[in-house]
Design a protein around this ligand. Structure first.
Ligand code: NAP
Ligand code: MG
Length: 520
């Protein structure tokens, strides 16, 4: 099959999945604790950001008590799951990966309705989820379950280092990759032998439910993976405060992530807290850059998923001599982007996640204008019917703001990119680093020495050069590990990379001395 036949097949299957999904929208869904469906007295209606008249479903408003029950269930399931030989756990998790692939279209459409992403973004979210599971399984295999023989302690003895699970982990996920960033951490925790209490973002409970279904289909035993829906301030907060949680893995904003880290530090006993947080990711465009590539790479990273990627490129530092040409080309290319219902096959840019995000967008545009910035393109909410029923805004490029302006350092999480001028690579790197974040960064330059210098000096966990498919975005499990420095992440170890899975285990150093060899 050639690419166009592949794409025709993809779209036909996607269309069929939309048709099927439409018939199931608007239902009432329970949480799942200890394998049992749990209903509460209060529900929240999950509406689609594509069109808020569409009810994706009604979900339970979980409270602290539900978290407590889920923690008890996860603790009860822990001895059996952690006690299984690791190849057995991996066999289950490989089946979860298979379930994700089998239901790829259904899952992609669920993501589209819940999070408003376009077809390829949704399909990518699902494929990445399955690849996360497979990659962490293969890590366990390659490391033989992380049991290593050490040097002999003498006396005929033998010493091992063994990584063992902590117990129960809380997985707290964001809305923007509602499947991949829930599946990845959950799979890592489970493969390592932990059990899990999972809380999806309030905006994307439907996708959270779908992940639960995939875990069950793969054969994850009852109580080992529990789904609690509800708000961050109730369900999330109880996960942080509950004494039965042995580790937390969080992906989301710096504000919430640091709150979790601070709260955990106040406990009487320590526990691991993995926080993957925000970004304000820069791209540098040097005079030698291939301009078409640079325009393509910036456009994809700035506006893909409506700028709602932690890795989105939200600022560009371009060499003065080429800035006019670059900005011109970027604005022209942005003008050709199709905005609309992301369920449609030819739409690239869908809606923002909610009204608060639109307000952030409008506030930033206002602030730019008030402070003398020039809106090169965009700047408006789309209010024509039917887009007025969703959260649609134009992709926006702003220049002529001073490089010290707050819009160069504040994470907005909307499709706005600011352009600054630089006279040298040294100045560009200095500006790139002038932010509390350190997630991703990119450079366009045809000079290998400039690229080396950029990689050596830029403060970011993920760096790219000359990547037109996305200059700050597009990490992939097993290919391009993903994790932030500074305020973007607490561990310095990327998800989908060789050092990630170990974080869900603690070392036990085991020394055995053969009794018959012991001296009297
Ligand atoms: P968010 O508002 O921080 O929410 C993330 C999760 O935390 C949600 O499930 C949220 O629940 C929960 N939460 C909120 N308050 C809590 C509390 N007090 N205790 C415990 N949990 C709480 O982030 P978001 O808006 O969903 O996602 C966007 C952010 O995520 C951006 O900053 C982006 O850069 C970052 N992000 C980072 C990465 C990375 O890998 N570094 C990847 C993706 C996204 P509710 O939804 O119920 O409030
Ligand atoms: Mg939703």
């Amino acid at each position: 099959m050639n690419v166009s036949q592949d794409m025709a097949g993809f779209h036909a299957a996607y269309d069929r999945a939309i048709g099927t999904m439409r018939k199931t929208l608007g239902r009432h869904h329970p949480m799942f604790i200890d394998g049992q469906s749990v209903w509460t007295r209060e529900e929240t209606i999950d509406r689609s950001p594509i069109d808020t008249r569409v009810q994706v479903g009604s979900f339970q408003k979980g409270a602290a008590d539900h978290v407590r029950d889920a923690v008890i269930a996860a603790r009860r399931a822990s001895p059996e799951w952690s006690g299984r030989p690791w190849p057995e756990r991996i066999a289950v998790m490989r089946r979860v990966a298979q379930a994700l692939r089998t239901h790829r279209f259904e899952l992609a459409v669920a993501i589209a309705y819940d999070a408003g992403k376009n077809r390829l973004e949704c399909a990518g979210d699902v494929e990445e989820s399955a690849d996360f599971v497979d990659y962490y399984c293969s890590q366990m295999e390659q490391n033989q379950g992380f049991l290593k023989e050490m040097q002999s302690p003498g006396e005929g003895g033998i010493s091992h280092s063994k990584l063992r699970p902590y117990g129960v982990w809380a997985v707290i996920a964001p809305f923007n990759f509602p499947l991949a960033l829930a599946t990845g951490p959950s799979a890592a925790a489970l493969i390592a032998g932990n059990t899990v209490v999972f809380k999806p973002a309030s905006d994307t409970p439907f996708v959270g439910l779908k992940l639960y279904e995939m875990m069950v289909e793969g054969g994850v035993p009852r109580g080992a993976f529990n789904l609690v829906t509800g708000s961050g301030s109730t369900v999330g907060q109880e996960l942080v405060e509950n004494g039965g949680i042995d580790g937390i893995v969080f992906t989301g904003s710096k504000e919430v992530g640091m709150h979790l880290a601070r709260s955990s530090a106040l406990r009487t006993t320590p526990r691991p807290v993995i926080t993957e947080m925000g970004g304000k990711n820069p791209t540098v465009v040097m005079p030698s850059a291939h301009l078409d590539k640079a325009v393509e790479g910036v456009l994809r990273s700035a506006f893909g998923a409506q700028g709602q990627k932690c890795s989105a490129c939200s600022r560009v530092y371009v060499a003065c001599d080429i800035r006019e040409r670059f900005v011109d080309l970027l604005a022209k290319k942005t003008a050709s982007v199709k905005i609309g219902n992301p369920l449609d096959r030819d739409v690239w840019l869908g809606p923002l996640i909610n009204e608060a995000a639109v307000k952030t967008y409008e506030r930033a545009v206002r602030q730019a204008v008030e402070d003398g910035g020039r809106i090169l393109i965009g700047g408006h909410r789309l209010t024509d019917d039917p887009l007025c029923h969703g959260f649609y805004v134009e992709p926006t490029i702003i220049d002529r703001l001073p490089n010290t302006h707050p819009l160069f350092s504040e994470e907005l999480f909307v499709p706005i990119v600011v352009i600054g001028d630089v006279a040298s690579l040294t100045e560009a790197i200095e500006l790139a680093n002038r932010t509390e974040y350190g997630l991703t960064a990119g450079i366009f330059s045809e000079d290998p020495e400039e690229i080396d210098c950029f990689f050596d000096h830029v403060e970011a966990g993920v760096v790219y050069a000359n990547r037109s498919a996305g200059i700050t975005t597009g990490a992939w499990p097993g290919v391009n590990p993903f994790g932030g420095w500074k305020a973007s992440g607490s561990t310095g170890r990327g998800s989908g990379g060789p050092y990630y899975l170990q974080q869900f285990m603690r070392e036990q150093s085991q020394v055995r001395v053969n009794l018959s060899c012991q001296k009297e």
